[in-house]
Every structure is written in C-alpha cells, then in structure tokens.
Design a protein around this ligand. Structure first.
Ligand code: AHR
Length: 673
C-alpha cells in the first residue's frame, strides 16, 4: 500500500516524505509473506501420463461446417431443411442470378440424386441466356479470399432432359457455364469457363485466383445457353488447407489447435454423439468415403452438419499433428434429455438392434486398424490411407444416466470389444457431473466391470477448481484411471476471464501431480464461430478471417507445450494464500525440469524456489513464460491485441532462486539442466 501514500507524503513532507515512502515500501516488501516452493528433483520422480493434454472436438458453435472444415460454400448440396431452423430450406444461402436480361429459374429436385445419402440437387433452367442465369452463394456470411491465393471450385452436373421440364433447348450441344468469384457488389475477381455435357452426374473442377483480399466475396455459377442443367455439390476450397489435404481443414484454425501440441483428440462430440432421439446417434459410416455420398443431417445443436469433416478427416488430422485419436460412440442409449418420448428421457436401442449396433463399432475398429485387404480397411485405403491409423482407445457413452437400460447395453458393447479387440482401451462414462448419483453409480459400475478408464466431466465455477485441487490425491492407484474429457471454469456471465483460465491452470497442476491417475484431460468446448455460439465459454473463437485466443487457450497451450512424463514431489508452503498452486514435471526427452506456478490472488506472491538435490552453484538456463493480464476480470476480446497473453524470457537460475509471481498469473519455468 505504500505507493498509494506516496503522492500525499510528497505533497506534505517534500524530500522527507519521499524518504518515508521508500522506507514504507522496503518494510512492506520485507514483511510480505515469503513462500517456499521446494521441488525434490530426481529422487522423487514418479511416472505420469505423457499424454495429459489433448483437445475435444465437437461440431458445436459451427466448429466444423463454417469452422474447421475449409469448405467456403454454405449448403453446397442443397440439403438444408426446416428441421434445422424454421426458415431453412434447400435453397437457403443461394440466390438466383439473372444477368443482363437473362431469364430462367431454379427448382429443387430429388428424382435422380448423385447418391441416396445426398437426395437433393437443383435444376437450373435458362429460358433467355442474357449475360447468364445461375446461382450465387456467399458462404458463411461472406467468402473470405486472400490476395494471390488459389481456390479450388468444383461442382457436379448433368444436362437436364429437354422438353416438359426445361422447355426448349438443345442438349446435344454442351451447356457453357462460367464460375466466378465476385465481391458482394458484383465486381468480378476471377472467372473460368467450362462446358457441361452429358446426362450422367459428372464432377467439374477449376482453379480460381483472387487478385486481392476480400472478406465477403461470393461464388457465382452462370449458364449461358437456353436449356437446363442439374447441379449439386457446388464447392469452393482454398488450395492451401492444413497440410494441403484434399477436402481439408482451415489452416489457421487447425494450426491454432496444433500449437497446443495436443497429445490426443476426442471426437466427434459429447451430446452430438447421441443426437436427438435414440436412432439419431452419430453415423460414422456416413462420415467416410466420397463427400458427395455423405449424409448431411440436422446436428443436435440446431444446424446442418455435412459430415464433410468426418471420421477420415479427423483421423487424418490426428495423424498430421501426432495426436492419439479417441472416437466416442454412444452406449446404445440416447441422452437422458434428448429422448423422443414426451418425457425426453433416456431410451435404449431395442435389444434386437444391439448386435447390429455393436457390429458398427467393430467395423469402426476394422476401418481404422484393419489391413487394406479387409472389408472396412479397404474403404480407409480407398480414401487415401492404406496404412492403419493405429486406433488404441474408444469412448463408449457420454454423460449418460447410469440406469439399468444403460448398464445392460454398455456391458454388451464392452464385452464384445474385450473379446474381439482386447488391444483397445475402452473409456466408460460416469455421468455429467463431478459428483452425485450418476458419478457414484458410474464409478461403482466401472469398478465392477474393471474398466480401464472412465470419462469425468465438470463445468463449474472457478472457486470450485481452487477448492478441488486435491481431488485426485485420494483416488485409488493402479485401478480404473481417469480421462477428464470435458471441463471448464464457468465464471460470471460465462465469459473467458483470466480468473477462469487460472482456475483451470490450478486444476491442471492437480492433474499433473496425479498424472498416474489422470491420463487425459481436455477443455470443452474447443471452437466457436462468433455470432453462432450455442455454448459459451469456449476455448478458441473465430470468424471468417480471424482467430481469437482466449486466456483459457493459452493455459492449454502452456500445459500442452510443457508436459512431462515424470512428476516431482513439490512442496508448496503457501502460507495464507489459498490461491497458489504448483506442480513440477520432467520431460525425459529433453531432460528439462518444468515448474508451473499459478497465482490466482490479486496480489503478487514472493516465492523462494528450491530445487532440492541439484548442485547449489551451477547456473541453469531457464525459459520463463508468464501468462497474466490487468486483473482477474480481464478477457481477450480481440486476438489482434489480446490483453492476456504469454510473455517469454530467458534467465539463468540456480538451485535456489526467488521469484515474484505476479498477481493473477500462470508462470512456467522450463529449466534446462
Ligand atoms: O461441451 C458441450 C457439451 O457439454 C457436450 O456436448 C456435452 O457432453 C456436455 O454436456
């Protein structure tokens, strides 16, 4: 407080005041509680999970379509429907174009689809060509184009039967069409021409280059002769996707995830796995193979999911970033809040349907791991991945009520998996909360079945995390292990405050200290498109062109980039501070000793760090990263100028050194011994 008095003292006492103020300051520093943090290096190292930090991907908040999936056209296959949103229909987000006295029409058809999973397409009829009749799509609120970047445009088409349907025209001649990138006001940015010919569905491809950056462009397809064409799967992708994959991922978002260095990805969701009603569970088989044959449908979060970003792409992404794939399947029941009965309660698949459902799960394992000569392995190979993906884990169930209906079906699935694939670790579920009936029953059931691992979830206030730092200290060792599959600190207003991020960081020190029990942990949800959130807070926000990093993201990144495989005994004599937490690990690969200190208090903490067991005088190089912000309420509203961000520096430390941990901060010391 001494600094607060300084101006008053100065005014009243002049030089004497200044002297008094300096004295006060010295006294206040000298009397600040020194805190001892002792780390018992080497002799106390215990093996812990080297894979603690991962991510959980769910198509929620437009995380896939309009998000991580790089497709720039919205409703490319004309499958949007009022079951998703009352004003949605197959032509939603498409506009009829009649250029230069052109005249014609667009109707939705379903008589001769590309594939049964993709039932709708359009019939574009040109009565008067003018300067073109066609359709335009502005993507997800405007198509973003970068200067000089190449974009892959494509569509499927055939020439419609002339006569009754389209009126006069000559389909012995090809239909000339142009594909254009235009600004919102219609200024031409890029154009290419092609000819549609024949009565069979045929793919057409072109590359367009935008001369300049535009954030709200549109893709326009125009036909130029009298007659008709049927069109479907009208698509535009940046050529540069993450790792340049075909049908790939948006590079900046995928990179943001990769930068966490996640050791695993859980997918395709939590509630999304169940869907709304017992037969609406996620159809993994409908999410692989040629995209035009995938079945898009209403996702539980109230919009359409194309499944263009499906299991193939998710497994591929895991491989690209060195993450373990953890697919989750339903346990043969729907969510207890999403049944189709009037009560919306949990429903189980009829028992006679269980064998086929279990076969679906076994097929998934064959698809992921089987040889390219096996039935399902050959489909993976046909997708471009002849080698197995190396699946080792599978989640069964998500936040389910632990009822007799659930238990019966879970047991059937678990026993089949154990028998057919003992090499796969099954992860069970213990309900939606950190405690309570489903948690207790779920754990009792897991113990009875001797499940290798269960999935715990908690969305709670920041204080809960501080009060539960020792949660796993008392969990039994060498028993069922834990995957904390979903967690987040929900602060007031469900905003991504620094307070929430530090509460999560503190809890993560508890996970690290108990890394023999807590094997995996993933914050949730991962992604959210601004303006399209069904759930907040989220870890990463984005719009068409920007990625916004929350404080919670940086916490995940700091723990993900600084994980270890051995945990050191760490003694924190925190004195009166109830908001200090620490953990220390060793990364055997580099030999680095990593110390994490979370100060969730509004005042700095003076800490003496003792690395017991190290020679006292040898200086060691340390990389210090501090994540902090102006106060606990701070949030990062704009990624271009985040107020909370990690700041890195290097210094030399000895086996005993002091550190003033700033108020509301996470500090990571990475010490190279
Ligand atoms: O992460 C958002 C949702 O929270 C998940 O879908 C569900 O598992 C949980 O209730």
């Amino acid at each position: 407080m001494a600094h607060v008095f300084c101006p008053r003292l100065l005014r009243k006492w002049g030089k004497t005041g200044l002297f008094l103020w300096i004295q006060c300051l010295a006294v206040s520093v000298a009397f600040a509680d020194p805190i001892d943090l002792t780390i018992f290096v080497d002799q106390s190292a215990r093996p812990i999970s080297p894979n603690l930090i991962g991510v959980f991907f769910e198509d929620l908040n437009y995380a896939a379509d309009g998000g991580l999936y790089a497709e720039l056209v919205q409703n490319r296959s004309f499958e949007y429907s009022p079951t998703e949103q009352p004003d949605w229909h197959p032509l939603k987000f498409w506009d009829l174009q009649k250029r230069g006295n052109g005249d014609g029409s667009v109707v939705v058809a379903n008589m001769r689809p590309i594939h049964k999973n993709n039932p709708h397409y359009i019939l574009l009829t040109v009565r008067t060509p003018g300067q073109g009749v066609g359709i335009a799509n502005s993507g997800f609120g405007g198509i973003p184009l970068a200067a000089g970047e190449r974009y892959k445009a494509s569509f499927w088409a055939y020439q419609a039967f002339m006569g009754q349907m389209c009126g006069p025209g000559d389909n012995s001649k090809p239909m000339p069409v142009t594909l254009r990138l235009e600004t919102r006001s219609g200024e031409l940015l890029a154009e290419t021409s092609m000819q549609i010919q024949g009565r069979r569905w045929t793919p057409y491809n072109a590359t367009l280059v935008s001369p300049r950056a535009v954030n709200d462009a549109k893709l326009v397809l125009l036909a130029h002769e009298m007659g008709g064409v049927c069109l479907d799967m009208i698509s535009l992708f940046p050529e540069r996707t993450f790792r340049n994959r075909q049908n790939g991922l948006r590079a900046d978002l995928a990179q943001a995830i990769a930068d966490i260095k996640p050791k695993f990805i859980r997918f395709p969701g939590g509630c999304l796995v169940h869907g709304q009603g017992i037969h609406q569970y996620y159809d993994w088989k409908g999410s692989i193979g040629p995209v035009e044959q995938r079945r898009s449908f209403r996702n539980l979060w109230g919009y359409s999911q194309t499944l263009g970003l499906g299991y193939f792409e998710l497994f591929q992404f895991c491989e690209d970033i060195g993450a373990i794939p953890i697919p989750v399947v339903s346990a043969g029941v729907c969510c207890q809040h999403a049944g189709s009965s009037p009560s919306r309660g949990q429903e189980g698949l009829p028992l006679e349907e269980m064998p086929a459902y279990i076969q679906d799960i076994l097929d998934l394992i064959e698809w992921a791991n089987g040889p390219a000569t096996s039935k399902w392995g050959s489909m993976r190979a046909a997708g471009g991945h002849p080698d197995p993906f190396g699946l080792k884990y599978i989640g069964v169930g998500n936040e389910d009520a632990i009822t007799p209906v659930f238990k019966e079906r879970f047991r059937m699935i678990y026993e089949a998996l154990k028998k057919e694939h003992p090499e796969i670790t099954v992860i069970g579920t213990v309900g939606p909360f950190a405690a309570g009936e489903d948690y207790d029953n779920g754990w009792a059931f897991a113990k009875a079945l001797q499940l290798p691992m269960v999935d715990e979830h908690y969305y709670v206030n920041p204080q809960w995390f501080w009060d539960n730092l020792a949660r796993y200290d008392s969990y039994p060792r060498k028993s069922t292990t834990v995957y904390v599959g979903e967690y987040a600190a929900h602060d007031r207003g469900r905003r991504n405050t620094l307070r929430s991020a530090l509460a999560e960081a503190a809890e993560l020190t508890g996970f690290e200290r108990n890394g023999d029990v807590v094997v995996f942990a993933s914050y949730a949800p991962l992604l959210a498109r601004r303006g399209h959130t069904q759930w907040t807070p989220d870890m990463i926000y984005f719009d068409s062109v920007n990625v916004y990093f929350t404080a919670n993201y940086y916490v995940q990144q700091l723990f993900g980039q600084n994980g270890g495989d051995r945990c050191l005994e760490t003694d924190l004599a925190a004195g009166d501070s109830k908001k200090l937490a620490a953990s220390s690990v060793v990364d055997s690969g580099s030999g680095d000793l990593i110390v994490k200190i979370v100060n969730g208090a509004d005042t700095p903490a003076n800490i003496t760090i003792r690395l017991a067991g190290l020679s006292p005088d040898a200086p060691m190089k340390a990389v210090k990263t501090v994540l902090s912000g102006p106060d606990a309420d701070a949030v990062n509203e704009d990624a271009k100028e985040p107020v909370i961000k990690p700041i890195q520096s290097t210094e030399l430390v000895k086996s005993v050194f002091t550190y003033e941990a700033p108020a509301n901060s996470l500090t990571v010391y990475r010490i190279n011994r």
